[in-house]
Design a protein around this ligand. Structure first.
Ligand code: HEC
Length: 199
């Protein structure tokens, strides 16, 4: 079997001039051709790239993963949008809802809420001295502009301070956006509903 084959190999013209032949076994000629430079460069390039890639993404975590990069982009876009929303003229149902949906504005609103409102409405908005802001029931209305007006002008006799004069209109707007963003989430352990359901 192999005899026949090596005869054929010998008869066939050598793969190159014969100069590169370094090995002959059983009539099989083995050449040691140099790999083309472009091929080697691709290989070394890939090795160098993988080392840098590993250092950047795995060892030092210096570069953001695509997921992180996406989150960073999203946050930047939301922040830019939040600046625009805050600069919009008078508060309206539309721009309050837009703010509530904007991650950056809602998180600024959460800060305002944490600083000023949690003593009476609880950290999660579930209520305490003041009503639960996460249920569907409202003493003074749950529409965006109603929530905004309640926060701005308060119901001082009922125990809700008028925040407009205390923290300024912009922060009232942010707090209203935050309340709108948690409304209807019905946090566990919240205070029993007070008032009427939002129409
Ligand atoms: C000193 C306690 C207190 C603080 C602080 C407080 N609230 Fe209130 N809040 C109340 C009370 C009490 C009521 C209910 C008023 C009433 O019965 O008319 C209320 C009502 C509300 C309502 C209307 C709820 C409804 O059912 O219509 C909203 C909205 C609200 N507060 C938001 C806020 C926000 C936002 C802040 C922070 C900027 C805040 N409150 C800070 C006590 C407080």
């Amino acid at each position: 079997m192999s005899t026949e084959r090596h005869v054929t190999t010998k008869e066939a013209p050598p793969p190159d001039s014969g100069e590169g032949i370094v090995h002959e076994y059983d009539g099989i000629l083995e050449a040691d051709n140099h790999l083309p430079r472009w091929w080697l460069m691709t290989l070394y390039g890939a090795i160098a790239f993988s080392a840098l890639y590993w250092l950047g993404y795995e060892a030092f975590k210096a570069l953001p993963s695509p997921r992180e990069a996406y989150a960073i982009e999203q946050a930047k876009a939301a922040a830019a949008e939040a600046v625009k929303l805050k600069a919009m003229g008078a508060a309206s149902d539309e721009n309050l809802v837009a703010m509530a949906k904007n991650a950056a504005a809602a998180s600024e609103g959460k800060e305002v809420f944490t600083k000023n409102c949690v003593s009476c409405h609880a950290a999660n908005g579930g209520g305490g001295i003041g009503p639960n802001l996460t249920d569907g029931a409202w003493l003074h209305g749950g529409k965006p502009m109603q929530v905004y007006a309640t926060i701005k002008d308060g119901y001082v006799k009922g125990g809700m301070p008028a925040w407009g004069a205390l923290i300024g209109e912009e922060r009232v707007r942010l707090a209203a956006a935050y309340v709108i963003s948690i409304k209807g989430t019905n946090v566990p352990g919240g205070k029993a509903p007070q008032g009427a359901p939002e129409l």
